[in-house]
Design a protein around this ligand. Structure first.
Ligand code: SF4
Length: 785
């Protein structure tokens, strides 16, 4: 597998092509669109006190803005400069000074008045802090005191009673690896990460379908493929420079298809700042949109395949790539039987898309020699997410869209460096270089020199639930060690999350900034530890992109606002290990970052090569250009597996809406703009189909209430091109409606889509005492969400 190497960047195909323009009127005048130049000037102004360091981060560091990953200003896909406002927006996190003391030590209720955006703008955490039970303010403590308190508590607990969590805020592979090793050294497998919340179903499904857990192809494969299909992904928003690759693809004749309940404006039209033609006249991105029901993807894909089998009955080989299937695929007959048993009525009803339209796409794919399928949270944030993605793999395997140029499956990841978390073992289901099978456990035990805890660790959602267990329960979570993350604004059911966070004895927030979760009480103490950014870590660090490129980001000198007490995160984990188990801590000690990379190369054989990354611009791609090259998968028999899946029952009672949460201009829960520059929607706007709204007598802009048995959301209706029966809310604001405790079985990702009722605010408020508060919402009570 992976013999062919990535061939490096190519030039954006030349030639002005007015057929792709949004409008001949320059700069999108009169249209709702981002103001890139104005936003860039704002960033320059924000960073004015540390401009030369900011410039060095951008030109020398590996971008911490998204998982596309770029080292300095040049990428592996297209020649020419690579920069976007997402990167500029997170820049201040790396350049800002410390929080002013008088603010940092104010009454906790004063700090609680601030939103996470306001807390972020206060500046960086300057030194270790503690707030003990009953105390109104954070007080300063030394590193020694802080670490001794944490270690002292850990020594008293059963390792099943503490857990670690790592977010994706620029954390390097080195930190993920050391955290994963130290957690196991201390005896716990409760170790989870932010990437698993977003893309664990992708990994689980790709593993069972193809034996791989990452994108099988490159961004370069977009350029010139016949069809580039985005499934529940707003790639243009999460990785803005990807629009440049989309334009290059269009210029090479690629058709771009978007499947999403909402006609996302950023996937419809985009003004790409670095391409003069596009900056002036805009680019029409999607050639076609399929507006599907939330949760209707499996049925939709059944429809595509059902028509393929119908085509096959008329002409053998007209839709299925039999040569590929016979040589490289298992389970053909079982999948065919499953697909054929689905009725068109059920397919159309669940997907919300007309049969003729499904057939149109089915035939387009049947005629295409190449295709790349990319997807994101629209497919992964469901209780049936793993099946969603296996169904995408089914499509690719039947057509042989895998393991060669211009073909592949790409889980479109969001944050910088998330790809590396699981690969470094920072996840309850994996170890570096593999899973928990006997062979891999023995291999890692031999390498690490200590015995691993063998019990199954819990995912983050379950860990939070465990915080609410009775005190004497063996798994009652008493200490949570968090590297970044803001559960209050990322996990479903914020009220429950707050209770769970407050019910821990000790909570540790190792971070750069404060957020709303940091301010929640704890039964004994909240400890805050100042972390270094990725650009400050001694010996540099590496970060793995969506396309499996492992980039080296050097330590960058010259931060005028240096936080003297901040420490490299991997060093903090080692310090902790030394205090909890001093006698054997040498087993997890590393003298420098290079020593970590050398061990990673042994622990995860895919990463053999990381040890040679030493200076700015150094990069290698693990697995080569294509995983499953030539159709040969790293499964026991070398074949891909077709997986028959059922259409999930959505249990959406009549008159209710399926809701989904969407990101605006933000970086996970970090909101950068209160108004989405692509559709002018404010954060409490509810995207609703005008026909649905009119049926409920709701006017555009009018106050509405969305409610279910989990919570109530008050916002404003915004008429939008969203499939009837579906509504869109911003994340995290809409999380009050999302239940906790519902996960995708195989991967453990929480379900973020549920049914809810919608009413005019006026009517809801007038009748709320009599009609809603005392009454069970019977028809929603049994909805399994
Ligand atoms: S697209 Fe992503 S990797 Fe590229 S500059 Fe923007 S945030 Fe950074």
């Amino acid at each position: 597998m992976g013999q062919t190497k990535h061939t490096g960047p190519i030039k954006l195909p030349k030639g002005i092509q007015p057929k792709f323009w949004v409008s001949p009127i320059p700069f999108g005048l009169g249209k709702v669109k981002p103001k890139h130049i104005r936003d860039t000037m704002k960033v320059v102004w924000e960073n004015k006190d540390n401009l030369s360091y900011a410039k060095n981060i951008i030109t020398k560091g590996v971008c911490d803005g998204c998982a596309l990953g770029v080292s300095g200003l040049y990428d592996q896909t297209l020649t020419g400069p690579h920069l976007c406002t997402t990167r500029l927006n997170v820049l201040r996190l790396n350049t800002m000074p410390a929080i002013k003391e008088e603010i940092l030590h104010s009454d906790i209720d004063e700090l609680r008045k601030l939103s996470s955006t306001e807390l972020r703008k206060l500046g960086r955490i300057p030194y270790p802090l503690i707030r003990r039970a009953g105390e109104r303010k954070f007080s300063r403590i030394s590193w020694d005191e802080a670490m001794d308190i944490i270690a002292g508590k850990m020594k008293k607990l059963d390792p099943k009673q503490y857990a670690f969590y790592l977010t994706s805020r620029g954390i390097t592979n080195e930190t993920y690896y050391v955290a994963a090793k130290v957690a196991r050294f201390l005896g716990t497998n409760h170790l989870d990460n932010a990437s698993r919340i977003c893309h664990s179903p992708s990994k689980t499904a790709l593993n069972r379908s193809l034996g791989v857990g990452a994108s099988t192809c490159n961004y370069k494969d977009w350029i010139g493929t016949d069809v580039l299909l985005f499934w529940g992904s707003v790639a243009s928003n999460s990785s803005p420079v990807s629009t440049k690759y989309m334009l290059a693809a269009k210029k090479k004749g690629t058709k771009i298809i978007v499947i999403n309940p909402y006609r996302e404006p950023a996937m419809d039209k985009y003004w790409i700042p670095s391409v003069p033609e596009s900056a002036l006249f805009g680019t029409k991105i999607a050639d076609d949109f399929y507006q599907i029901n939330i949760g209707g993807d499996i049925a939709f894909m059944h429809g595509i395949m059902k028509h393929w089998f119908e085509m096959e009955e008329k002409e053998y080989g007209s839709a299925i790539n039999h040569e590929f299937v016979q040589a490289h695929v298992n389970g053909y007959e079982e999948l065919k039987a499953k697909v054929q048993e689905q009725s068109w009525d059920a397919i159309v009803q669940s997907s919300g898309v007309a049969k003729e339209r499904i057939i149109e796409l089915s035939e387009l794919l049947a005629k295409s020699k190449n295709a790349v399928f990319a997807w994101a949270l629209g497919l992964t944030m469901h209780s049936f997410a793993t099946d969603n993605i296996s169904q995408v793999a089914n499509l690719a395997l039947l057509r042989g869209f895998i393991g060669r140029k211009n073909n592949g499956l790409m889980p479109f990841r969001g944050h910088s460096s998330v790809q590396g978390t699981g690969e470094m073992g920072a996840d309850p289901f994996v170890l570096p270089g593999g899973g928990w099978d006997k062979k891999n456990v023995e291999r890692i035990e031999k390498l690490w020199g200590f015995e691993l805890p063998k019990w199954q660790g819990d995912i983050v959602g379950v860990s939070l639930e465990n915080a609410m267990l009775p005190d004497d329960h063996e798994r009652k979570l008493k200490l949570y060690y968090l590297s970044g993350g803001n559960f209050l604004e990322t996990m479903p059911n914020p009220k429950f999350v707050e209770k769970a966070l407050a019910n821990l004895d000790i909570r540790i927030h190792q971070d750069i900034i404060l957020n709303t979760s940091t301010l929640v009480d704890a039964k004994e103490a909240v400890i805050v530890l100042p972390a270094k950014t990725r650009y400050e870590q001694e010996g540099g660090g590496t970060s793995t992109s969506t396309e499996r490129m492992v980039y080296f980001s050097p330590e960058i000198e010259g931060n005028k606002n240096r936080i003297k007490e901040a420490r490299a995160e991997w060093k903090i984990y080692i310090d902790l290990a030394k205090r909890v188990k001093p006698d054997t801590a040498h087993l997890v000690d590393f003298k420098d970052a290079q020593a970590i990379r050398e061990e990673i190369a042994k622990a995860n054989p895919n990463y053999d090569g990381i040890q040679y990354l030493k200076k700015q611009g150094d990069v290698f791609q693990w697995g080569g250009a294509w995983l499953c090259e030539d159709g040969i998968c790293p499964t026991p028999d070398g074949k891909g597996n077709l997986i028959p899946v059922d259409i999930p029952s959505l249990d959406k009672p009549d008159g209710t809406f399926y809701i989904t949460t969407r990101r605006g201009k933000q970086f996970n829960s970090m909101v950068f703009k209160e108004v989405d520059p692509f559709n002018d929607a404010e954060r409490y706007d509810v995207l609703i189909n005008p026909e649905d709204a009119k049926r409920l007598n709701i006017l555009d802009g009018e106050g509405i209430v969305v409610y279910n048995e989990h919570g109530t959301f008050q916002g404003k209706a915004r008429y939008a091109e969203i499939t009837k029966g579906n509504i869109g809310l911003h994340f995290p604001e809409g999380n009050v409606l999302i239940p906790q405790g519902i996960y995708d079985g195989p991967s453990g990702i929480p379900q973020y889509s549920v049914a809810a009722k919608v009413e005019k605010a006026e009517r809801y408020l007038a009748e709320k005492d009599t009609k809603y508060l005392e009454k069970r919402i019977d028809d929603l009570e049994d909805t399994p969400a």
